[in-house]
Design a protein. Structure first.
Length: 425
């Protein structure tokens, strides 16, 4: 073949090759998704009087975070994947430390969102800082109403408010024994306990009860003898009050040792804790309000019937995961910590963003059912962020047929697993 013909053939081959290449489908290169790590800041009472409840609250929150991250995080519509990490400090159960540390979280650690410390008093100190620095904060382990009456717009409560904490116990007592009329309130001088018993006292008086004693004690109290003497002198038939775990369990034990003819005892925080069983016979018959119990089973079907969205795992799934992670049954403080994570997660998913304003709006619009219960927030200027969906359940320690101490749900009747043991043995 002559050089001239060879060049013509080569030209045709090149043109044909280009045509074939043009006919091939374009190969799309999928960009790697952007991964953003969101920082959640909080303090925990690694030391001090709130250690037991605070530790379980943090355990619950960390379980939620670990599960979300292990599942690949939250994928937003723009392809961004949200993963979570935490920055936390020991607040030593000290209010002054809380303000110092939450300021550090906001200004030095650049926390995107915040979770509250445990207890209403510490949370009130943290809420000021969260609002000041424009950080959405989900509060858990904090029931006092007052923090949501300060004009804040970024603080959202997971717990049933203190004003509704013990009113169900008054209803339970009236149902069990309409003849009881004399009630004593003995309570810890703390923000949380005081707000609870003041609301319960007003409610009891409105129901016709005679409040024969209404007295607070210092948080460090270990000898309840003077208060027990006053209860006896005033012929009280029922006692409501308490404060936190240590004082509540000590109060219950000393009441048992004194053997007063009290028919009904309902105290805060301590009875729902598994460790309350360490009191033995002194625990039997004691009632306590609980934000959540493993026995209570909310379901997607219940959500559908109530016209609510369902979000998160079933209660049994949460319990199994918690036991596997920490080798103990979760308390309601554990569930509250996990629920705080669920609330934040759903708000981010609904907002399709981690922008503060968008997440805040999603929280304002939230109305869902979880294993922990109904979640909805007050959006009024007077009580913004106050929990209005979640209700308390009441537990009582009883002995089963084998003589073992077990917790039973005794109120409300619709969720009860056993009848109320009444009067106190």
């Amino acid at each position: 073949m002559s050089p001239k013909k060879w060049m013509s053939v080569l030209g045709l081959l090149v043109v044909a090759g280009l045509a074939l290449t043009a006919c091939q489908p374009a190969v799309e290169v999928t960009p790697e998704p952007t991964v953003r790590t969101v920082v959640v800041g909080f303090t925990a009472s690694q030391t001090g009087k709130y250690n037991v409840s605070s530790t379980r609250q943090v355990n619950g929150f960390r379980l939620w975070m670990n599960q979300v991250n292990a599942a690949g995080g939250i994928r937003l519509s723009d392809g961004t994947i949200i993963q979570f990490t935490t920055v936390s400090y020991d607040d030593e159960s000290n209010k002054d430390r809380v303000q110092e540390l939450y300021t550090r979280l906001a200004t030095e650690d650049d926390a995107d969102f915040m979770i509250s410390p445990y207890s209403s008093g510490l949370t009130a100190a943290a809420a000021v800082i969260a609002e000041q620095y424009g950080k959405v904060m989900i509060t858990t382990g904090a029931a006092s109403d007052s923090a949501y009456q300060q004009g804040y717009t970024l603080v959202f409560q997971a717990y049933t408010p203190a004003s509704r904490y013990l009113t169900g116990a008054v209803d339970m007592l009236r149902e069990a024994d309409p003849s009881v009329t004399r009630v004593a309130f003995v309570y810890e001088n703390s923000t949380f306990a005081t707000s609870v018993v003041e609301a319960a006292r007003d409610y009891a008086e409105a129901q016709g009860y005679d409040v024969v004693l209404f007295e607070g004690y210092d948080a460090e109290t270990t000898d309840f003898g003077p208060f027990i003497n006053k209860i006896e002198q005033n012929d009280a038939e029922a006692i409501l009050g308490g404060g936190h775990f240590q004082d509540g369990s000590t109060f219950a034990r000393q009441l048992y040792e004194k053997d007063l003819p009290i028919k009904f005892l309902a105290i805060l925080v301590a009875p729902p804790e598994p460790d309350f069983a360490d009191l033995g016979d002194a625990a039997v018959g004691v009632v306590g309000p609980s934000q959540w119990e493993p026995l209570v089973a909310f379901t997607p079907d219940a959500a559908s019937e109530a016209g609510l969205d369902w979000f998160g795992p079933l209660g049994s799934e949460f319990v199994d995961a918690y036991v596997a992670a920490y080798n103990e049954e979760p308390s309601y403080h554990s569930a509250g910590g996990y629920a705080a994570g669920l609330i934040l997660e759903q708000a981010i998913r609904s907002a399709d963003s981690t922008d503060t304003a968008a997440v805040k709006q999603a929280l304002d619009n939230m109305n869902m059912l979880t294993f922990y219960g109904h979640i909805q927030f007050d959006t009024s200027a007077e009580s913004h962020g106050l929990q209005i969906g979640h209700d308390m359940v009441y537990v009582q320690w009883q002995r089963d047929t084998a003589g073992n101490l077990v917790k039973q749900v005794v109120w409300p009747p619709s969720g009860a697993t056993a009848e109320l043991l009444y009067p106190l043995p």
